[in-house]
Structure formats: structure tokens, C-alpha cells
Design a protein around this ligand. Structure first.
Ligand SMILES: Cc1ccc([C@@H]2N[C@@H](C)[C@@H](O)[C@H]2O)cc1
Length: 447
């Protein structure tokens, strides 16, 4: 190992109440909302094929035109209570909102910038009412904050000259001031979700990002900050130069998910997912594959089964309303969560050998292990292998409440028989798996 001043300061997962709460949420909602929703991926009759929130970087979008969009920001349909209700109905336990994306436009009236909602026809704070409405629904709020700030004259992607270094030094003070301002104005938030930290300018100052994280923790003990904020003094990100995770959870899973527990090393982690292939901000024309509710539910089950949270992204329109596809998906997912949420909330890695039919999720440290069956077998039989020294005590349909016909087919091996019917969503079975040599009821049948 190399000696590091600004690498990971802790190994292993946090066990405090704030982290336990975050870890138990499992399902979150991401919201990308800002000036980019006004063009919505189109400009001058041309369609931008990139991610809508990056349209300012498109050669067809003059910076001048983009930077004046704030004069049109006036979301008459913005109703944070309705947004929070919809998130509640979806079963989301926390929400991540873009306070400032790469374009530098602030959805709160920051006193450190003119490029904020205060300068728009809307005038009013967007973030405050949103935090209040979500908290009122019992949903925690995490603030997305982009270090990249295309609008700020002192931001730099790299530091080539002395002037660059002096300017970027001013920029880092500005960043620290805005983050303190956000914690002061919105003290109920539970964390920051940092983005835009891959530039040389940021990576070369591991000390600053480390001190910034400690500063924010001192202002707001218990704050949850992912691995994307920091670089160590050698420029290593997410994992320091000794391979140890920096931050409270691994934040790199963006539009992709781990396959097995080794991929996440039993660390806390979070996957964030777009509904279309790659759109975070509102894009009028979604192209490519749009994920269905069942696909998103399967990703959620996979995430929980590997000890991670799963966050589904929504991109409201410029007028503050949601597109129909997003409203429908939120309702469909919520429908499933109403019946099956017990298998997800507070769930984690079960330690059983994965089978083709889907995912095991253990409820905390209990003997309760849920099976989320996504691949219904033509045979109608689900294979379950229990680790040695453990035994299967019972198998019950979560929705039906009925016992699942189960036969033991070998040492610690069982076949569960699914009801022969049409399944239009993943089905959940609740297992009770006992540790220790005690023989389960199924095993008696064998003698
Ligand atoms: C290459 C790349 C840069 C930035 C992103 C941002 N992170 C996501 C969470 C969105 O905010 C996207 O704009 C995605 C890909």
C-alpha cells in the first residue's frame, strides 16, 4: 500500500442510523430539471441526439442562445405536492434533485450567482418547496450538485496557466460557499450527489475534495456523500490508490448495474437509471428502447439482491409537468411495490447461490429471504439451494399468502412449484431459512 493523506479514511460500510436509513430505502427517484427542459433536445428544427441536459455542448446550440434560456423559465405547471405524491405512489423512499447541473443554472436563489431562478420570470425558489413537499410525504431528499459549471467564469477543465490556477482557486471557494448555502437553506436534506468531478482541475486537488467532504460533514453530521466527489492526492477516484472506497457508497453505477456480489465487494452502492437509453433531462423525442415497468422492477430487485439502492430518473418538462410515459411507469411500479415492497425495503444480499429464475433478497439480518421470480420457468419448478448448516423452514407466496408446494430433491436442495397461471409481473415468494442443524419440516418428509 502507498501512504495517503487524502485517500479513504474508513473501511467497511457506515453503521450509523442515517446510513442504515439510506440503505433501507432501496428505491429512489432521480429528477433532472433545468433550463435544458426548454429546448427539450431540439433547436432550430433540428433534433439533438445526445443527452438533453448536454444540449449546450451541441454545435447547433449557440452558447448565447442557451445562456439566455433562463429568461423563459416560468413553469406554470410546477406543483411540488403533486410531484411528491407521485413519488410516494411509486414507492420511492428518497429523491435526488438537480440543484445545479453542468450548465451552472441554480434552481435555488443562490446569493453567490446571478444565474439562478431569482433572475427568471418564475423568480421563486424551486428547491425549498420541493424539499418541503417530499419530506411531508416522508420521502428523504438528496441534492445533486455538479462541480462542472459551464457558466462560471472561473471554472476550468484543466489548469494550464498561473491565471487558471488563481481563477480555479476562486471557483473552489464559490463551490464551498454554494454547498454551505444549500445545507443552511435546506437543513433536512440527507446527502449530496456530486457529479462533474472527472476534470483534471478537480482531480489534481485531492486535498480540497477531502477537506470539502469533511467540512460538509462538520456542518451536517450524518450527511451521505457517494464516491464520485473525491480524488486522492494521486488523482484516483471512487477507489483510492490502495483500492479502498472513498465516500459512503460506490456511486459509479450509472445506466449499468453489477452482475454479482464480487462486483461491489459487499460495499454500499447505488445504481441510477434512465427510462430511455440515455436521457436524464427532458427530451421531446425519446428514441431507442424505453424500459418497461417490469424491466425496472427487475433492476430494482437485482440491486437490492446485491445490497444496493436503485434510483429511477424522471425528466419533467419545462412547464413543470411530467410526460405520460413517466407518469404511467411511476404508477405501474407503485402498484407492484404496494404488494411486494416488503421484499425490497430493508432488503440486502442473501448469501444464497443465485438461480436462473431471479433474485434472493434477505430482510436485514433475519431468517426471511424473499425470492423475486422474474423468469417464470416453463417447467413450473423453481430450484432453491440452501447453504449447508441451514434449512428451509417454509415457503409462502407473498401476495397469495398460500404455502408454496415444496419437495426436497437433495441435500439442501428443493423444488418449489409455481401455480400454473399467467404472470404479468415478477412474483415474490417468502422463505424462512433457519441457520443451524435443525431439520426443516420439508426434510422430515424425506425419512
Ligand atoms: C459522460 C457523462 C457525463 C455526465 C453525465 C451526467 N451524469 C448523469 C447523472 C446526468 O446528470 C448526466 O448529465 C453522464 C455522462
Amino acid at each position: 500500500t502507498v501512504s495517503l493523506q487524502h485517500g479513504a479514511h474508513r473501511s467497511g460500510n457506515r453503521t450509523d442510523a442515517d446510513m442504515e436509513r439510506w440503505r433501507s430505502h432501496r428505491l429512489g427517484q432521480f429528477i433532472h430539471w433545468g433550463l435544458y427542459a426548454i429546448p427539450g433536445g431540439e433547436w432550430n428544427g433540428k433534433v439533438y441526439n445526445g443527452a438533453a441536459e448536454w444540449i449546450r455542448s451541441w454545435k447547433e446550440m449557440p452558447h448565447e442562445a442557451y445562456d439566455n434560456l433562463y429568461k423563459q423559465f416560468n413553469p406554470a405547471g410546477y406543483n411540488p405536492q403533486q410531484w411528491a405524491r407521485q413519488a410516494k405512489d411509486m414507492g420511492a423512499r428518497y429523491m435526488i434533485i438537480t440543484t445545479k447541473h453542468h450548465d451552472g443554472f441554480c434552481l435555488w436563489p443562490s446569493k453567490y450567482s446571478k444565474y439562478t431562478v431569482a433572475s427568471t420570470p418564475w423568480k421563486k425558489d424551486i428547491i425549498g418547496p420541493m424539499v418541503e413537499a417530499y419530506n411531508k410525504e416522508g420521502i428523504d431528499v438528496v441534492l445533486y450538485f455538479s462541480i462542472i459549471d459551464w457558466n462560471h467564469p472561473d471554472w476550468r477543465t484543466s489548469l494550464k496557466t498561473k491565471e487558471d490556477t488563481v481563477a480555479y482557486g476562486r471557483f473552489k471557494v464559490f463551490v464551498k460557499n454554494q454547498l454551505k448555502e444549500l445545507l443552511t437553506k435546506y437543513p433536512t436534506v440527507k446527502g449530496f450527489w456530486f457529479d462533474g468531478t472527472w476534470d483534471e482541475s478537480w482531480k489534481t486537488d485531492g486535498a480540497f475534495s477531502d477537506e470539502l467532504e469533511q467540512y460538509l460533514q462538520s456542518l451536517h453530521p450524518g450527511l451521505i456523500i457517494g464516491s464520485r466527489l473525491r480524488a486522492d492526492e494521486k488523482g484516483a477516484r471512487h477507489f483510492d490508490s490502495n483500492g479502498r472506497l472513498m465516500g459512503d457508497y460506490e456511486q459509479g453505477w450509472e445506466r449499468k448495474l453489477p452482475e454479482k456480489i464480487e462486483d461491489v465487494h459487499h460495499n454500499d452502492w447505488e445504481g441510477v437509471m434512465t427510462i430511455p437509453e440515455n436521457q436524464w433531462g427532458y427530451h421531446a423525442r425519446w428514441t431507442g428502447h424505453i424500459k418497461t415497468a417490469n424491466e425496472l422492477i427487475e433492476m430494482l430487485a437485482r440491486s437490492a439482491s446485491l445490497g444496493g439502492n436503485f434510483v429511477i430518473n424522471f425528466g419533467p418538462k419545462a412547464d413543470g409537468t411530467y410526460r405520460a410515459e413517466e407518469q404511467q411507469l411511476a404508477a405501474q411500479i407503485g402498484q407492484w411495490m404496494k404488494t411486494n415492497g416488503a421484499a425490497i425495503y430493508g432488503g440486502g444480499y442473501a448469501g444464497l447461490e443465485k438461480q436462473d429464475w431471479g433474485y434472493y433478497i434477505r430482510k436485514g439480518n433475519t431468517d426471511t429471504v424473499y425470492m423475486v421470480v422474474c423468469n417464470i420457468p416453463v417447467s413450473g419448478y423453481l430450484r432453491v439451494k440452501i447453504p449447508p448448516q441451514q434449512s428451509l423452514q417454509s415457503a409462502t407466496g407473498l401476495e397469495s399468502g398460500q404455502p408454496i408446494p415444496t419437495t426436497q430433491t437433495g441435500r439442501n436442495e428443493y423444488l418449489l412449484q409455481l401455480e400454473n397461471k399467467k404472470y404479468d409481473a415478477p412474483v415474490v415468494i417468502q422463505l424462512e431459512v433457519k441457520k443451524g442443524k435443525e431439520r426443516g419440516e420439508f426434510e422430515k418428509a424425506r425419512t
